[in-house]
Design a protein around this ligand. Structure first.
Ligand SMILES: Cc1ncc(COP(=O)(O)O)c(C=O)c1O
Length: 391
């Protein structure tokens, strides 16, 4: 099909929930895509933080294909070696005790919310079910996770929302203390770097103060690492940079590496909270997705993570010297850029025309390139960005 035909078909049959860039991508190699006319694009998006080994990674594809040829889906009623090994590897690498596999970030957060409420119910009975999340957060698009999301515009249209959510200002520990003090709260849910909120890192001292507050009030600290997790910030999880130990961590995006997958990890005390019949998902823990995740987790060793930090530092230094840059923030290969004058959305559109795929988050430009992006690809992409910024 030509671009025009693809666009017309998509616009006719897909619900218009996304404002598409006028490009139809057909194939790719690492961090370079090609559209249907063969035009190349450098990829600073990784499919919004998913394709951590880029497109067409041979080893990841082999792992996935081998499982695809053996057994595709079993349901969670039966044991499967690949799923068991993926769970063991993720728990061992992260230091958590148990995991529930699911299909997306929103679902991983749904699991965290249910886990917190059930754990509290089992210990304290009813009336202690409130989750405190942060203003400017993003936790997904289901009704529970948009309720948890602390951004007013996500709360339009879909009322009534769920009961039992409160929002604290990030960084304000006194306010958080106040919000949890009535004894109805069971957990605090936060992102270490607020991704959709504009790539806003939370200070490590604040995160440590939240941990201490949760300990004082017997609350669970739940960290949403859907965007920051699985190597994105140069550590397996971003909470490790702040040296805190959460009770629950959710991840998705990178753990699937191109297939739909999410995970909710928990500390030992929570391991037997969600029992048979209290939670489930038909596709969660799909063996094909799990096979890919084993390949991903095995490759995320210290040496690999070091390359992520180095590439992030390299991009930061280069971009900081470009025309029209106010600030660059983030960690590893999760970077947010504030511009002095130009609008991020217009810059992203112009970059796309010139062969660079780049994201926005609120008013910021956002980069989430594949972790395997080469320096050559980085330089090509930054060249396009520099040209667009100085136009
Ligand atoms: C921090 C965070 N949580 C949750 C989600 C939702 O993930 P999904 O789109 O896979 O449901 C996202 C998606 O961008 C996210 O960035």
């Amino acid at each position: 099909m030509t671009f025009k035909e693809i666009k017309q078909t998509a616009d006719t049959y897909l619900m218009p929930t996304y404002a598409h860039f006028p490009v139809a991508l057909e194939r790719g190699e690492n961090a370079t895509y090609y559209d249907v006319d063969g035009k190349p694009y450098i990829d600073f998006t990784a499919g919004i933080g998913v394709n951590i080994f880029g497109t067409n990674d041979e080893k990841w594809k082999s792992a996935v294909k081998a499982q695809l040829d053996k057994l595709q889906h079993t349901s969670n009623l039966y044991y499967n070696e690949t799923v068991a090994c993926a769970a063991k590897l993720l728990c061992e690498k992260s230091g958590f005790s148990k995991v529930l596999f699911c299909n997306s970030g929103a679902e991983a957060n749904e699991c965290a919310i249910k886990l917190a409420r059930k754990y509290s119910f089992d210990r304290f009975g009813e009336g202690r079910s409130t989750i405190v999340s942060l203003q400017n957060s993003f936790h997904g698009r289901t009704i529970a996770t948009i309720t948890a999301t602390g951004q007013a515009h996500y709360h339009e249209y879909f009322m009534p929302f769920l009961q039992g959510f409160r929002y604290a200002d990030a960084g304000d520990i006194e306010q958080l203390e106040e919000l949890v003090s009535d004894g109805t709260v069971c957990a605090v849910l936060l992102e270490v770097i607020q991704g959709e909120g504009g790539v806003v890192p939370l200070p490590a001292e604040y995160l440590r103060a939240v941990r201490a507050l949760c300990d004082r009030h017997d609350l669970l600290l739940m960290i949403d690492e859907v965007q920051t997790g699985i190597g994105r910030t140069g550590s397996l999880f971003a909470f490790q940079n702040a040296d805190i130990a959460p009770d629950v961590v959710t991840c998705a995006k990178g753990i699937g590496g191109g297939l739909p997958m999410g995970a909710c990890l928990c500390a030992e005390k929570l391991g037997n909270t969600l029992t048979a019949g209290t939670h489930g998902t038909t596709f969660g823990g799909n063996p094909v997705a799990c096979a890919g995740s084993i390949e991903i987790l095995n490759r995320l060793d210290d040496a690999f993570l070091q390359t992520v930090r180095e590439k992030g530092d390299y991009i930061r230094e280069k971009v900081s010297a470009f025309t029209g840059i106010k600030s660059v923030r983030g960690a590893g290969l999760m970077l947010g850029i504030d511009l002095t004058e130009k609008k991020a959305g217009e810059v992203a559109s112009r970059c796309c025309e010139k062969g660079l795929l780049i994201l926005t988050a609120k008013a910021a430009l956002r980069m989430l390139p594949p972790l395997t992006i080469t320096y050559d690809e980085i330089d090509k992409g930054l060249g396009i960005l520099a040209d667009v910024l100085s136009e």
